[in-house]
Design a protein around this ligand. Sequence first.
Ligand SMILES: [Zn+2]
Length: 51
Amino acid sequence: MAACAARAIFWPDVEACEAECIRPRGHGGAHEDDVLGEWTDDELPTTYPDE
Ligand SMILES: [Zn+2]
């Protein structure tokens, strides 16, 4: 199953850590990066990979 692979930047003004979602494509709720943890589209600007 393909990963969601949505990306977001955590703490853009400080460390600018790039998160990439490891959950399956089409999942509901929050995205999750294995290091940085969870985020939602409402919390952080989120980009999705091009098909
Ligand atoms: Zn996701």
